[in-house]
Write a protein that binds this ligand. Structure first.
Ligand code: ADP
Ligand code: ZN
Length: 728
């Protein structure tokens, strides 16, 4: 629905400022239309807004101010506006915050102008200094993207004069381009790979979905390396043929140039990118071109869902089980669920791809809400790795070491054959705990209920909750004993140390997100390793995601029991997914792979399921447990987190809420708590959580809104509502 407002008529404008509701403004000279981006006065400031609806006229008309100007930006379509409304209602997010998510484009509304951008030139510079090399490396890494002078210098970590020097030599080209250059055309009719019969059937089913022009969701399940990407790229091709836009979401897009190269190989050009590693110039360009319908395909992180697509025909959520799709700060949303919502409103198809689907998606497929395609074997000669437990109760290890003799022998065998091994431990840093040998005290964070983790590489202790660091003390903060502090337990840095000692002749590479200043450096390191730059890789979960290491034939999991502790109902699901993903890194090319899991409880049902590989049985058992507990996907949950500086205040507020649960009782929901939140204190703020459990069909959001609406938050106290919390 589009309304036109003549000059002076009242238009309701939604702004990005936290002021609750749509505000009335008079239309400017020349009028304005719903969906248009405008600048409006708010107090002494000028703020961004979107013409949302007819003005209400319930405000003293003499005091109503006028829209300052209509901005030169593609208007927001009715479908996008409706999507934001629905997403806000689902996540109980105020509309201004929702609009902020959708307008994360710098310089929105600035007039298009010419600007200088920098690209790789043809000439090799006569003198290659270290700083010059950095600039060229950035340009080589991001072929296809353009940088302004400032952005390029920043990315490379050099001064602007270095870039200018390279321009003078012809090694870097300086070009005048319009600010928002269109993307090169993608050609869906270039030849794809010859698909296997299984793959071809899957691709045809997805293409038929795209052709229908209707909404549907398909779970595309297949072991790592089975060709899921090849298959869903065919759905993208069909979408492009029909002139509709396609979005592919990836969990670690900032690290993955492999995927982009595959898109380029398939369609002859690079797609639009949207993630934290992309420059402001490119963000602005992507936002605008998506809004104008010029960008045919977007590859992005979860926030790419909130771009203003003209005509979205397909959303692929790759690695759909990945927990990073859940945004845990600000607007709390799960990109997988929002993708389904958005697609259902756009008449678009959703493809959820994973080797280890989330229980939610598995259950939806089981119930017939989603279609399901299974790719059961790896492409070509590659076979799934053999998986085996190493029973740590029977292994003989010196104190303070974690690589069992059995695992050591397996690594040694790979070294002799010139193959790579990966030792996986999902723990950053050197040691998770620093303990005083004199008094037993553990060093904790001053601001959080968390232990400080020793990071020897950074020579500091770090809190993984709030990021606070401090120097490693020599004296115990509790009993003041000198030199009695000792690291307890392994982190990846300590594993690297043990590995280097055990295999002095091997090249050991450590992959952990905190060791690299930028995503670009980490990406470069991953690529070097994939090309054979290391014999043994020590890694955190960063290695579990999507990268191909063709020479890797052994995966050793240092502590397969790590994720099984704790009371989180999702622990089994997470461990199962992570272990199967990590194991899937081994043996992707011609060499068969092997995965060895060090465990103290080889008979644990989850460990047995991981080893046995009967996934259907595992999901069915998990599903039965969730059903019995009445939790997602068989019931509904919401978490209410109250936080503040005074622990008593926060608990009192929680108790008050729990006692006044009328709106929730009316829909048959139950309230649990208040209890300390999974992390009871972050950055000096105490956190208390209430959990609300309701039946699947219950109108949970409406009841929650009414319930939470009863409280007046005083001073420092905050409330966050988390629909479908990740931990429960
Ligand atoms: P997944 O996404 O399931 O992990 P990919 O699509 O990445 O699997 O496929 C794994 C590897 O096998 C990739 O290098 C891919 O190019 C290759 N591959 C898959 N199917 C085919 C095919 N039909 N023809 C040629 N190569 C293929
Ligand atoms: Zn902290």
């Amino acid at each position: 629905m589009t309304d036109f407002f003549h000059e002076g008529e009242l238009a309701g404008v939604l702004t990005t400022q936290p002021i609750g509701r749509v505000l009335d403004y008079k239309a400017p000279e020349g009028g304005c239309m719903t969906g248009q981006f405008v600048e409006v006065p708010l107090g002494p400031r000028k703020v961004l807004g979107v013409v949302w609806e007819k003005g209400r006229g319930d405000f003293d008309s003499a005091r109503i101010r006028s829209v300052i100007r209509v901005l030169d930006a593609p208007a927001m379509g009715a479908e996008m506006r409706a999507f934001l409304e629905r997403a806000a209602a689902y996540t109980l997010t105020p509309m201004p915050a929702m609009l902020r998510l959708a307008t994360r484009a710098p310089g929105l509304g600035d007039p298009p102008a010419m600007r200088k951008v920098y690209r790789l030139g043809e000439t090799v510079p006569s003198r290659l200094t270290a700083s010059r090399e950095k600039v060229l490396a950035v340009l080589e890494d991001f072929v296809g993207l353009s940088f302004t002078l400032g952005e390029l210098a920043d990315q490379a970590g050099v001064g602007a004069s270095v870039v200018k020097g390279l321009v003078a030599q012809g090694a870097v080209r300086e070009e005048d381009t319009p600010r928002d250059m269109p993307y090169p055309r993608l050609d869906p009719d270039l030849a794809g790979k010859d698909l296997t019969a299984d793959q071809a059937a899957g691709a045809e089913a997805l293409r038929a979905g795209v052709r229908s022009g209707q909404y549907a969701t398909t779970l595309l399940r297949g072991v790592t390396g089975s060709g899921k990407t090849e298959v869903y790229l065919e759905a993208v091709a069909e979408c492009l043929r029909r002139g509709r836009q396609a979005l592919v979401l990836l969990p670690e897009i900032a690290l993955s140039s492999e995927f982009l190269s595959r898109v380029q190989a398939r369609f002859g050009a690079l797609p639009a990118e949207w993630h934290s590693g992309v420059t402001m110039t490119e963000r602005r360009r992507a936002w605008r071109m998506v809004g104008e319908g010029q960008a045919q395909m977007v590859v992005g992180a979860r926030s790419a869902l909130f771009l203003p697509y003209r005509d979205l025909g397909l959303i692929v959520v790759d690695e759909e089980h990945d927990s990073s799709y859940k945004q845990e700060e600000g607007v709390l949303y799960n990109a997988r669920d929002m993708a389904v919502l958005r697609a259902s409103m756009a008449g678009a198809q959703v493809v959820l791809a994973s080797a280890t689907p989330s229980l939610e998606s598995w259950a939806n497929a089981q119930a017939g809400k989603y279609a399901r395609i299974d790719l059961t074997s790896r492409f070509g000669p590659a076979v799934m790795p053999r998986m085996r437990a190493i029973d740590m109760r029977t292994e003989d290890l010196p104190r303070g070491t974690w690589i069992s003799p059995t695992l050591k022998a397996a690594v040694q065998a790979r070294l002799e054959k010139g193959e790579q091994s990966l030792l996986f431990l999902n723990r950053r840093g050197y040691a998770p705990v620093t303990i005083c040998r004199a008094c037993g005290a553990q060093i904790g964070c001053d601001n959080c209920d968390a232990r400080m983790v020793e990071h020897r590489f950074l020579k500091r202790l770090m809190c993984h909750q709030c990021g606070e660091t401090k120097p490693i003390p020599t004296k115990c903060p509790a009993c003041e004993a000198e030199d009695r502090l000792a690291p307890v337990g392994p982190g990846v840095e300590r594993m690297a140390e043990e590995t280097a000692a055990a295999f002095p002749e091997a090249r050991v590479a450590l992959l952990s997100s905190d060791l690299y200043g930028t995503a670009r450096q980490l990406k470069a390191q991953i690529e070097e390793i994939a090309a054979g730059g290391a014999d043994i890789i020590i890694g955190t979960q960063i290695v579990a995601k999507g990268h191909n290491f063709p020479l890797l034939t052994l995966v050793g999991v240092i502590d397969a029991d790590l994720g099984l502790q704790g009371s989180d109902l999702r622990a089994a699901e997470r461990t199962f997914q992570l272990m199967r993903q990590v194991a899937g890194r081994a043996g992707r090319a011609e060499q068969p792979g092997e995965a060895l899991l060090q465990t103290f409880q080889p008979e644990h049902p989850v460990i047995r399921a991981i080893l046995g590989g009967d996934e259907e049985a595992f999901w069915a058992a998990e599903a039965a447990e969730r059903q019995a507990a009445g939790v997602p996907p068989y019931g509904r949950l919401a978490g209410i987190v109250l936080s503040g500086t005074d622990v008593q205040d926060v608990f009192d507020l929680g108790t008050h809420l729990a006692r006044n649960d009328g709106p929730l009782r009316r829909i048959g929901a139950q309230v649990y708590g208040p209890a300390a939140a999974p992390i009871a204190r972050i950055r000096g703020r105490h956190r208390v959580r209430l959990l609300v459990k309701a039946d699947k069909g219950a109108p949970l959001q409406a009841a929650l809104a009414e319930w939470a609406g009863q409280v007046k938050l005083r001073g420092e106290t905050r409330m966050a509502i988390d629909i479908d919390p990740q931990t429960f």
